[in-house]
Design a protein around this ligand. Structure first.
Ligand SMILES: Cc1cc2nc3c(=O)[nH]c(=O)nc-3n(C[C@H](O)[C@H](O)[C@H](O)COP(=O)(O)OP(=O)(O)OC[C@H]3O[C@@H](n4cnc5c(N)ncnc54)[C@H](O)[C@@H]3O)c2cc1C
Length: 399
């Protein structure tokens, strides 16, 4: 039986960053991961880091994105980890006049609130991304956005955690959790039993299962995201790339209900929109993805969806029509039913915390999500922006 003050379940970006920041505060912390660090969503994502600035009145989203950007920068520039970080900026392609009108209003709104975004003509966009389709109506430019290698970045967080004194245990599958009468937690794993004063659930798309062991309903759904890659080629794509098509469709119809998270590409098996994100990695692969579908814990890519996404990407970057798909893969994103993260204390049980619900942008927001939770546990005072992420709004006792 191993005793630890704080125990984290999950070695993705959320858990690794929480371990890093708790250890930096001097706490005795153990992280248990059933695979390797970054073996699920945090290792298979596109590596896009979203950020448009702090704005005039920073909210949770500004803290998560800009705070994470600073952590990525510090991992590479100050702490010496090669995470293939590059502040590349992002171009969001505008295909139609309707998308242009929507994006123009959005850019004006964001600029008025102090965010760093611009509306570019097609010609201006091609000055900085020459392979863009000249037929595009224009692009929204987000210069602060960045990219990094997801596996290397997540492993770097775990490495700093270890360097700061945390115990990172991989190949430890948690099989059950029990709260004891003294409000500590008994955590059984495939290899050993742990007793922890504080338990932190950072299990991504698997948080609901851990909730079940504690008699709680944690409403986080696994949403499949899938991607494809070309073979390596010399540098041709310099920014991260997205499309305004889904942004406009979701603006009109987010389509969430009591069982379905918002901002999915499919309703059951019917496609509602096309979503797109991608970039060229430092190794030279061009990678793209976009579909977000509720299919349980299925991580087999759907070839029809890959084809639609490839066609969408080719509308933005015509060079892709000549490049074949070398490989495909999929992973599970943790979506809450209202689309907002869950970061903080679970009120129904003492000494229980969660950091999850980071959905489709958890790589870019995970580092700061972990830091905000670690700071809240350390000080006992959650940062005011965490009100928006309070688990109390949706976690319930199971009937
Ligand atoms: C295809 C795809 C593309 C994406 N692209 C981007 C992108 O470009 N930018 C972006 O910001 N986000 C992106 N995302 C989303 C992002 O990857 C996720 O939001 C983020 O990685 C979630 O991190 P996490 O730590 O919460 O979960 P995970 O990375 O899934 O980590 C949870 C960990 O918990 C472990 N675990 C679960 N149960 C147990 C147990 N019982 N015992 C021990 N360990 C357990 C799992 O093994 C897993 O490693 C993408 C996701 C996918 C799938």
């Amino acid at each position: 039986m191993t005793e630890t003050d704080m125990l984290i379940i999950g070695g993705g970006i959320a858990g690794a960053s929480t371990a890093y920041h708790l250890a930096q505060h001097g706490h005795d912390v153990t992280l248990l991961e059933r695979g390797d660090i970054a073996s699920e969503a945090s290792g298979v994502n596109a590596g896009s880091i979203g950020a448009v600035g702090w704005g005039n009145a920073p909210d949770l989203e500004a803290y998560l994105t800009m705070g994470s950007l600073e952590i990525f920068q510090s991992l590479q520039l100050d702490l010496g980890y090669d995470i293939a970080f590059r502040q590349s900026g992002c171009l969001q392609a505008i295909h139609t006049e309707a998308q242009y009108a929507y994006t123009r209003d959005r850019v004006q709104h964001l600029q008025a609130h102090g965010y760093s975004v611009e509306l570019l003509s097609s010609r201006e966009a091609r000055n900085i991304e020459p392979e863009l389709n000249p037929a595009l109506v224009g692009c929204m430019y987000m210069p602060l956005r960045a990219q990094a290698d997801p596996k290397q970045a997540t492993r770097a967080c775990a490495a700093v955690a270890t360097r700061s004194g945390a115990r990172i245990r991989t190949q430890y599958a948690v099989t059950t959790v029990q709260q004891r009468s003294d409000d500590t937690y008994l955590v059984e794993t495939s290899r050993d039993t742990f007793v922890a004063g504080i338990l932190i659930i950072a299990a991504g798309a698997w948080c609901a299962e851990i909730g079940t062991w504690l008699g709680l309903r944690i409403p986080i759904k696994p949403v499949r995201g899938q991607m494809w890659a070309t073979d390596q080629l010399p540098p041709r794509v310099f920014h991260t790339i997205s499309s305004a098509e889904s942004a406009l469709d979701w603006h009109h119809a987010p389509r969430n209900d009591h069982e379905t998270p918002p901002h999915l590409t499919h309703h059951v098996s019917v496609r509602r929109t096309r979503h797109l994100y991608g970039r060229q990695t430092r190794d030279g692969d061009i990678i793209f993805g976009g579909d977000r579908q509720l299919v349980g814990y299925n991580t087999v890519p759907d070839p029809a969806g890959i084809e639609v996404n490839h066609a969408h990407a080719t509308e933005v970057l015509p060079l892709l029509s000549t490049l074949s798909i070398a490989r495909t893969w999929a992973g599970l994103m943790p979506f809450s039913l209202d689309g907002a993260p869950l970061i903080g204390q679970i009120p129904q049980r003492r000494n229980l915390y969660i950091v999850s619900g980071l959905a489709s942008s958890g790589f870019g927001r995970g580092p700061m999500a972990g830091k905000l939770l670690a700071d809240a546990i350390h000080t006992g005072q959650p940062h005011p922006v965490l009100t928006e992420a309070d688990p109390a709004r949706c976690v319930t006792v199971a009937e």
